[in-house]
Design a binder for this molecule. Sequence first.
Ligand SMILES: Cc1ncc(COP(=O)(O)O)c(C=O)c1O
Length: 495
Amino acid sequence: MNSWATAAGPAGPERGGDYDLLLDLAGRRSRAGLEGALREAVRDGRLAPGTRLPSSRVLARDLDLARNTVADAYAQLVAEGWLTARQGSGTAVAPRPGGAPAAAPPPRRPPSPAERAARMASPDLVPHTHTAGLPYVLWPGSPDLSSFPRAAWAAAARRAVTTAPSEAFGYSDPRGRPELRTALADYLARVRGVRTRPDLLVVCTGYVQAVGLLARALRGLGARRIAVEEVGLPDTRTQLRAAGLEPVPLPVDADGAAVEGLDAGVSAVLLTPAHQFPMGVRLSPARRTAVAAWARETGGLVVEDDYDGEFRYDRLPVGALQGLAPDHVVYAGTASKSLAPGLRLAWIAVPERLLAPVLREKRLADHQSPVLDQLTLAEFIGSGGYDRHVRRMRLHYRRRRDHLVAALAARAPRVRLSGIAAGLHALLELPPGADPLDTVIARAYEGGLAVGGLPSFGAPQDTPPALVIGYGTPPEHAFSGAVDLLCEVLAASAT
Ligand SMILES: Cc1ncc(COP(=O)(O)O)c(C=O)c1O
């Protein structure tokens, strides 16, 4: 029989104890029965180390047992090392029950080959479906959320809300708050070489929304085909299709997207020039010039997704492509890597001719992005907090990258790491003779580590087998454990 032990009222001489406790006494209404039920609950992990237990008075009352029965059972379990009792803080489950086998971790069911294949083929795949429940995550696409600058952001939010004019809380310009657009125009010019004005910036609810707005605006202007990097963010292609556009794949090689394949039948091209996602290469200077020339000559549009442009480690960053041809390039930036994806804050700098159609779509989508976070980001940028945070994170990720490089060189020297000059992810190519990519990924998942493989991002069949490693993703406490696990998996797969 299950019994709820629910405590109420002040604790007696034995301190603490107002806790509920579900125990299955199974008819054993004796000291031995209670001891057995508690041992079981600790052994199977339901009562985790550190869990406070009800006081003996409370538990005795709730289970309708004599108080001495409970006190004796507690004393016995303390003596055996299952529980701890400290003067003043009551009884709790011991950190490591003496003599008890460690609680078995819940079995982790590896995805079946069919599930894995379906997941990889899915154009709608999103990171959280791949990482849910796993203790170690090197899936790309997220910054280290444990480093979110909580105190500085809270201070900026307080200042922003306190000083905002009342009209800021109403319906306003679909482009977003002028405070943020002014701060961004200055920041983007200073840091990324973007040539724009506050009135040409549109604040969006993430880059994903920005692509949707642009796609619908272009479709409305008669576009039918849009070129995209063949391997890239699946959501982008989904957005294009949803807008009635046909995504035209552009191969990606060591010099970035093969933009010489663009023709006049394509209305726009979506690129990640600073750090191709997920291949990690940079668009070569010749191709930057070529794509700007294509746009000028054909009237085509370039959409520059500068999602991690602030994070470059070994060389000075290359400026935004937009700076070469501001009338032909939409520059897109996001706070999703520099701060946190949960903010859903991104921005696009659009050529003047596109402003009205884009704003029409923005108004239809949600009228305007939420204002308080915009004001906070404006304050954060204006006060120098954003720069300080980005600089701190650059150092943080650079250290992580160096750690990853060193660990792989020592423990899995045959894998080839690339794309590490910038951003928060790297490409890890398996050596000849290694186990198949699917097997390596399955092994990682079985060990509790989520990693991505190139096929998840649309890579063609003949692409060399490679993992996409988001070294920025884990919280700080889990980073070195995740790298250790990765090295173990690779050592087992690629020796
Ligand atoms: C290539 C690329 N672009 C842009 C983004 C940012 O998207 P959003 O601003 O919607 O979070 C991501 C995030 O994973 C990305 O991988």
